[in-house]
Ligand binder design. Structure first.
Ligand code: FAD
Ligand code: DLZ
Ligand code: SF4
Length: 508
C-alpha cells in the first residue's frame, strides 16, 4: 500500500527512520514549509532561512536519489499552513491514508500527528544514542538523575575514549582543567562561513518579505545548509578550535562570540551531522595527538552526555515540562532581551550577538541571560519562549530542559541539583565585559553596584526555605548571615528597588 513519508525540517538525515522504513519505488515523501511551525514562536530570521534552505536542498537530494517528493514552499498558494493540513492535502492528492513519520522532537507536534484522521505510524528517532526506553530504564529507581553517571553509561555504550571498561586517561571528566578566561587573539579562526547560493538567496528573499519584524538580523547569512557543508564546518572546528575547546569553554570575550566553540548544534539538531560520527572525529583528533584529552573529553561529554541526557529528561517528564514554574517566578521578560537598551554590558553583548548571529555559546546562555532571568524572577515560560525563538539550534526537546531545567530551576531540581546563579564576580572572572560596563562589578551596594551582585542575595533570601538545606549552597547563606545587619538590609532594599525599576520598564 502506498504511503506518505513525512520528513520534518529537523529530520534532514538520509537514515531518518521514516525513510529507512519506506519504499522508494512507491511511497511519496512529504515536506512542507508551514506557517504553523514558522510562527508558533517568533523565530530568528536566520533560523527560518537556515531551515528552509536546508529543507529545499535535502528535498532536491532525495529526488536525485529517486524519491518522489511532494514539497510545499511557504508561498505556495495551496499551502494549508500546518503539517497535519499538508498531510491531509497530500493524502487526498495521492489517494492514500497511511503516513510513516519519525517521532518529532516536540510534544506539540507528536500530539498533533496523533490527532489527525490519517493512519500515522510514528517511528522512534534512532539518530540518538539513547532511546526513550533505555533512558527510562536508567532513570528508574534513582533518587536523582545526574548527567555525570548517565554520561559514563554512554561512554561504555559507544566505546568512545575507553580502554576496555576504563576511561582513557584514568578519569571520566577533566573539567578542572577547563575554566580559563580567554585573551584577545587576532588569529582565532571562528566557524567556517558558507557563501550563499541560488537556493539560499531565494529563501532569504522569502524570509525578508514574510518575517520583517522578527527579532534578529537575517544578513549576512553564512550558515552551512547541507550535509557536505556541515561536515566541512565540523572538520574546520576540529582542525582549528578543538585543541583549545576545553580550556576556554567557559570564557566570554567582547567582540569574539565563538572563541573555540564548535557552532555545530544547529547542524546536529536538524540531522546534517550525526552525534556518533561527530564524536568519533573528535576522538580521532585525540588519538592522532592533534587535540588534548581535556578538550576532546569535554567536547564528547557535551554531545553524548548533556545532549542525550536533556532529551531523555524532556521525553521522560512529558508535555507539561516547559510550563513548570517551581520557584513561582512571575516577572515579565524585560524588553532588553529583545534588543532594547540596557546598561548591563554583559547582557547587552549577549543579546546583540544573539540578534546578529542567532548564536551565543553555553556560558552566555547560562550565566549571563539565563542567570539574570533567574535572579530577577522572570516567568520561566517567557524565558523558554525567548530561547526557543532566538537561537538557530533551538528545538524544544533540547532547549526546554536547558532553559526550564538547567537555567531557571523551574523543574524544581530534576535536571540539576542546584540553581546556576552567580554574582557579577563570576562574569568578571570569565569575561572582559565588566571593564566597559556602566555598573561596577566590585560594588556590592550603591548607585553603581552591579545588579547581579544585588540580585544574587535577593534570590538566595527569597528562596531561603528551599535552598538553605542544600549542602552545596549552605556556605552562601552563612556568608550572608555574617554580614552586619544594616548591610544586609541595604543589599535587599537596593535589589528591591532595582526590581521595581525593571518591572516599570525603566532603563537599568
Ligand atoms: P559547543 O559548545 O561547541 O558544544 C558542542 C555541542 O555539544 C553542541 O553543538 C551541542 O550539540 C552539545 N551541547 C553542549 N552543551 C549542551 C547542552 N547543555 N545541552 C545539549 N547539548 C549540548 N543547545 C541546543 O542545541 N539547542 C538549544 O536550543 C539550546 N538552548 C539552550 C538554552 C539555555 C538556557 C542553555 C543554558 C543552553 C542551551 N543549549 C542549547 C546548550 C548549549 O548552549 C548549546 O548546545 C551550544 O551553545 C551550541 O553551540 P555550539 O554548537 O558552539 O556548542
Ligand atoms: C522550526 C521549524 C520551522 C521554523 N519551520 C518548519 C517548517 O516549516 N516545516 C517543518 O517541517 N519544520 C519546521 N520547523 C521544525 C519543526 O518545528 C520541528 O520539526 C518541531 O519543532 C519538532 O522538533
Ligand atoms: Fe554584567 Fe555586572 Fe559586569 Fe556589568 S558589572 S558587565 S552588569 S556582571
Amino acid at each position: 500500500m502506498v504511503k506518505l513519508v513525512l520528513v520534518l525540517g529537523d529530520q534532514l538525515s538520509d537514515d531518518i527512520a521514516a525513510l529507512k522504513a519506506a519504499d522508494k519505488q512507491a511511497d511519496v515523501v512529504v515536506m512542507a514549509e508551514v506557517a504553523a511551525e514558522a510562527e508558533y514562536v517568533s523565530h530568528h530570521p536566520k533560523k527560518i532561512a537556515f531551515l528552509f534552505t536546508a529543507m529545499r536542498k535535502f528535498a532536491a537530494q532525495l529526488r536525485e536519489k529517486g524519491w518522489e517528493v511532494a514539497y510545499t514552499a511557504l508561498d505556495d498558494p495551496e499551502n494549508s499552513g500546518s503539517i497535519p493540513g499538508e498531510l491531509l492535502r497530500r493524502a487526498e492528492e495521492f489517494e492514500v491514508s497511511s503516513v510513516l513519520a519519525t517521532e518529532p522532537g516536540e510534544w506539540r507536534c507528536i500530539l498533533a500527528l496523533q490527532d489527525t484522521s490519517l493512519d500515522v505510524k510514528l517511528l522512534p528517532d534512532d539518530r540518538f544514542l539513547c532511546s526513550h526506553d533505555e533512558f527510562a530504564d536508567w532513570a528508574r529507581d534513582r533518587k536523582s538523575l545526574r548527567m555525570e553517571y548517565f554520561y559514563r553509561e554512554m561512554r561504555r555504550k559507544t566505546g568512545l575514549l575507553m580502554n576496555g571498561d576504563k576511561p582513557v586517561g584514568g578519569k571520566w571528566n577533566f573539567d578542572h582543567e577547563n575554566r580559563k578566561p580567554a585573551k584577545e587573539d587576532l588569529f582565532r579562526k571562528g566557524p567556517l562561513k558558507a557563501q550563499a547560493d541560488a537556493v539560499c538567496d531565494e529563501v532569504l528573499e522569502l524570509v525578508e518579505e514574510r518575517f520583517p519584524n522578527n527579532f534578529g538580523k537575517l544578513r549576512p547569512f553564512y550558515f552551512q545548509t547541507d550535509r557536505a557543508g556541515a561536515l566541512l564546518a565540523l572538520d574546520h572546528f576540529i582542525e582549528h578550535a578543538l585543541p583549545d575547546f576545553g580550556a576556554y569553554q567557559d570564557a566570554m570575550l567582547e567582540g569574539d562570540p565563538y572563541l573555540y566553540h564548535a557552532v555545530i548544534g544547529l547542524y546536529l539538531n536538524i540531522g546534517l551531522l550525526g552525534p556518533l560520527e561527530t564524536c568519533q572525529k573528535a576522538e580521532a583528533a585525540y588519538h592522532s595527538g592533534h587535540a588534548p584529552l581535556n578538550s576532546v573529553e569535554g567536547f564528547i561529554r557535551q554531545i553524548i552526555g548533556w545532549r542525550e541526557f536533556v532529551r531523555g529528561i524532556y521525553f521522560l517528564e512529558g508535555p507539561d515540562y516547559p510550563r513548570r514554574n517551581a520557584l513561582n517566578h512571575q516577572r515579565k521578560l524585560p524588553a532588553f532581551y529583545w534588543g532594547e537598551k540596557t546598561r548591563m554590558n554583559c547582557i547587552a553583548q549577549a543579546v546583540r550577538q544573539t540578534c546578529d548571529l542567532a548564536y551565543a555559546h553555553h556560558i552566555q546562555r547560562l550565566m549571563v541571560t539565563g542567570n539574570f532571568a533567574l535572579l530577577a524572577g522572570i516567568n520561566p515560560a517567557e524565558v523558554h519562549e525567548w530561547y526557543l525563538a532566538v537561537y538557530a539550534d533551538a528545538y524544544e526537546w533540547v532547549e526546554a530542559p536547558n532553559t526550564v531545567g538547567m537555567s531557571q530551576f523551574a523543574d524544581g531540581g530534576i535536571l540539576s541539583s542546584k540553581p546556576y546563579v552567580s554574582s557579577g564576580a563570576y562574569i568578571d572572572r570569565m569575561s572582559d565585559y565588566c571593564k566597559s560596563c556602566h555598573y561596577k562589578v566590585k560594588d556590592k551596594t550603591g548607585e553603581k553596584a552591579c545588579p547581579f551582585n544585588l540580585l544574587y542575595w535577593h534570590f538566595l533570601i527569597r528562596h531561603r526555605e528551599r535552598f538553605e538545606g542544600n549542602p552545596r549552597m549552605a556556605q552562601m547563606y552563612r556568608t550572608f548571615d555574617r554580614m552586619d545587619e544594616s548591610r544586609r538590609e541595604t543589599v535587599l532594599a537596593e535589589a528591591e528597588a532595582f526590581l521595581e525599576r525593571l518591572s516599570k520598564g525603566e532603563l537599568v
